[in-house]
Design a protein around this ligand. Structure first.
Ligand code: RNT
Ligand code: ZN
Length: 411
């Protein structure tokens, strides 16, 4: 018998409907970050990466032009099943020769090519103002800088980005998530922790004073505990970002690399779901620090997916990827990471609802045994069926290696 049919029966005995799981999974949009393709370099500035984030490795074939990045995205998405959105950073603006637009006055027209690209592929777009890798970052500060001109510049950037996010939503007909993350912080113990946060608050208020359609643009705020060279203090801490999101009615974003090493985002999702209409995530993999390793099908990714699925929140959680590895083939990295998120969601969708009831009846022995049994259930056969139905080649390695030989190594 065909392996999927057997798997279906095995899962049915466990109280799980594999058809329902497969149908649910294909409609969950994953927002794929564009910045895996070029090590977070972008096109609008000559500055090297800053803001306490770092890409390591020098694998050949990095995309250096918009055309190359688009070709690589095409290759990656042709090997990724499911519904996709493309997540752009403002630094990926395509600015023609002679146009002096800076980050503080970029316009929708600088993203027209990206819009066309997304529309042709039926993808929605998400967006991020870029508050790093730029000469106007002064002393590691942007929206919280004590320098009025620096703050003004970055406030204008945030405001310009809201207009671009709204343009994306209007033109694609799909809501746009616009995420704000600033790198601002201090390497060593600050003398004043309050004033930078007060300035950040005021700057955000000014950015958000731009009118926008809240049913089309969802503004999210991403917190962080530390960055490289910003070890002692970040302005946009977890408490700041949660409180600010609550105060302004915007959406909090949790990146699972942005907490103390023993803290897990999977444990935080339920609390945020109780108090927010929407919750946003950056799914990444932190190895000892916020290293942004490629997401793999590991326990915490599964647990995050479980929290979204079991709490019935697939339509309330914006799932985006955020990792950058320059030490391996970048396209393979992209595919492995996004497929892992999808695998984790499928794994969660293949767990019986009855686990909740067992917990309520305090039958915790059974919760443990059943959860362990599920780990060796024929998950792989259902995943293979998903790829088949989505018309996706399961063997992405061969295709990626051929592309490496034909395209990447010739760059
Ligand atoms: C940095 C944040 C942020 C960035 C991207 C490029 O620590 O995670 O989300 O990775 O905006
Ligand atoms: Zn992030």
């Amino acid at each position: 018998m065909y392996r999927y049919e057997q798997a279906k029966e095995i899962y049915a005995k466990l109280g799980v409907d594999t058809e329902k799981a497969l149908n649910a999974l294909k409609n969950v949009p994953i927002s794929i970050h564009c910045w895996q393709g070029d090590d977070v370099v972008g096109f609008d500035s000559r500055e090297s990466l800053s803001g306490g984030i770092q890409t390591t490795g020098n694998y050949p074939g990095k995309a250096c032009t918009p055309e190359q990045l688009m070709a690589d995205i095409d290759k990656a998405i042709s090997l990724i099943p499911g519904k996709k959105k493309l997540n752009l950073h403002a630094s990926y603006a395509i600015i023609e020769e002679g146009d002096n637009a800076g980050r503080n006055n970029i316009e929708p027209k600088h993203f027209k090519k990206w819009l066309d690209f997304a529309k042709e592929r039926g993808m929605g777009l998400d967006f991020n103002p870029t508050f790093f890798a730029h000469p106007m970052v002064k002393d590691n500060l942007t929206l919280s800088s004590p320098d009025d001109d620096v703050r003004k510049y970055w406030i204008e950037h945030g405001q310009a980005c809201i207009k671009i996010a709204e343009y994306f939503a209007n033109e694609t007909g799909i809501p746009c998530v616009m995420n704000i993350w600033i790198p601002d912080g201090y390497k060593d113990i600050p003398a004043d922790r309050l004033a930078p946060r007060a300035r950040f608050k005021d700057s955000l208020d000014k950015i958000l004073s731009v009118p926008y359609d809240k049913s089309k643009v969802y503004i999210t705020l991403e917190s962080k505990v530390f960055g490289i060279g910003l070890e002692s203090y970040t302005v946009g801490s977890a408490e700041f970002c949660l409180s600010y999101s609550d105060y302004k009615g915007i959406t909090p974003l949790m990146d699972n690399g942005h907490y103390h090493p023993t803290e897990v985002v999977s444990d935080k999702i339920s609390s945020l779901l109780l108090f927010n209409e929407k919750v946003a995530l950056h799914v990444t993999r932190a190895v000892r620090w916020d290293s942004d390793h490629v997401v793999i099908f590991d326990d915490e990714t599964k647990e995050i997916a479980k929290e979204i699925v079991r709490n019935n929140a697939l339509d309330r959680v914006f799932i985006a990827t955020d990792y950058f590895d320059a030490s391996i083939n970048r396209i393979s990295a992209w595919i492995t990471g996004v497929r892992s998120v999808e695998k984790a969601l499928l794994f969660a969708l293949l767990q019986p609802e009855s686990l909740k009831e067992l917990q309520n009846e305090n039958r915790l022995t059974e919760v443990m045994v059943l959860s362990e049994e599920l780990k060796t259930a024929p998950f792989g056969d259902v995943w293979t069926e998903y790829l088949k139905r989505e018309n996706i080649n399961p063997d992405y390695l061969t295709e990626v290696m051929a592309y490496e030989k034909e395209v990447l190594l010739k760059r």
